[in-house]
Design a protein around this ligand. Structure first.
Ligand SMILES: Nc1nc2c(c(=O)[nH]1)N=C([C@H](O)[C@H](O)COP(=O)(O)OP(=O)(O)OP(=O)(O)O)CN2
Ligand SMILES: [Zn+2]
Length: 118
């Protein structure tokens, strides 16, 4: 069974490794959406793969670190592309939730990166 929970956060960033003429070289903001996908067996007792509340609890501290912050100032996110944010989240959530199978980070509804450990 596969379950997904979505979260949103607002943050500022700039991309330091694009040319100075690239608009993303300048500080700007996004309303990010994160989707955490988990694969596992349904517990016959609870009917859950994992309680969404437990997922919220596991991701909450990271969400607080990201929300309304400048991503470049966060350790490990000095180059805060959607790809790097997805792997940053994966590295921190997966040890807490081994059922985590994918992290999607949307910069806009049209652009996102997905990381599944590969
Ligand atoms: N592969 C990636 N490419 C780009 C990333 C990224 O994380 N991975 N990021 C950016 C910038 O963050 C940029 O801000 C994204 O711009 P855009 O998609 O154009 O979004 P806007 O909010 O600026 O929306 P528009 O309506 O298109 O202006 C660039 N590339
Ligand atoms: Zn951007």
């Amino acid at each position: 069974m596969r379950i997904t929970q979505a979260f949103t956060f607002e943050a500022a960033h700039r991309l330091p490794h694009v040319p100075a003429t690239h608009k993303c070289h300048r500080m700007h903001g996004h309303s990010y959406r994160v989707e955490l996908q988990l694969d596992g067996k349904v517990n016959p007792e609870t009917g859950f793969v994992i309680d969404f509340f437990d997922l919220e609890e596991a991701f909450g501290p990271l969400l607080a670190q990201l929300d309304h912050h400048t991503l470049n100032e966060i350790e490990g996110l000095e180059n805060p592309t959607a790809e790097n944010i997805a792997s940053w989240i994966w590295t921190r959530v997966r040890p807490l939730l081994p059922e985590l199978s994918s992290v999607k980070v949307f910069e806009t509804p049209m652009c996102w990166a997905e990381y599944d450990g590969n």
